[in-house]
Design a binder for this molecule. Sequence first.
Ligand code: NAP
Length: 236
Amino acid sequence: MPARILILGGTGEAAALAHRLAREQPDAIVVTSLAGRLSAPPDLPGIVRVGGFGGVEGLIDYLRDNHINRVIDATHPFAAAISAHAGLACAALEIPLERIARPMWRRHHGDRWHWARDTAMAARMASALGRRVFLTIGAQELAPFAARGGPFYLVRLIEAPESRLPFRHYALVLGRGPFALEEERTLLAAFEIDLVVSKASGGKATEAKIEAARALGIPVILVRRPTGIDLASPRP
Ligand code: NAP
């Protein structure tokens, strides 16, 4: 039976993997699945499907109907629901599941990191610690910061939002990693940023903002990674 591989994607790692499999396993059928958060799916080799599966049951149906015999979870470290669904669905069908882990950034001398357990806590900390805050947390996570009014926010998103962001004082920059250190230093300096807020995503593509903050002595609030979602049936 030919390899029929499902990549759970939405990351640079997933895109790189799709390209690598196309080169190294040209006979394999490779499907990259995207949640559909961005307006235009990236140009990827193989098949690209977009949109949720409909929970664990929907994913089980998809895997079965499409005769998938290998699943690679290359989603973002904060995409806890889809990773949990993949674990349950693959276990139910006894399909091998691999996970591409993204290593967390290493702490270096000069780093001024503050940890937040979630974005609500990060927002409270940001209004206490910063006056001009670089917010690189994703379009889905802006609401807790918006509710606080407070500081000036420099918000970086991948795509332009459809309407004005709900901040009193803000500027918007659009960009998608990888980012270069010099570029990040220049941005932080140009906007006189005194605090960076980021998910503890890790990975090379977005590390430059952490390095730039270190170089400029700017504190960073890091939102902790989710520890996983327990979707299993309640224990007796
Ligand atoms: P999530 O909370 O784990 O997933 C929420 C729901 O979105 C899932 O239950 C699933 O819907 C659907 N979904 C998520 N990823 C999917 C995929 N690759 N293919 C098909 N359906 C998917 O995920 P999220 O944090 O909203 O992230 C969504 C996507 O954006 C992920 O693929 C992730 O790799 C990417 N991303 C996330 C972040 C982040 O900070 N969270 C950053 C960069 C990229 P159903 O239950 O209906 O199947």
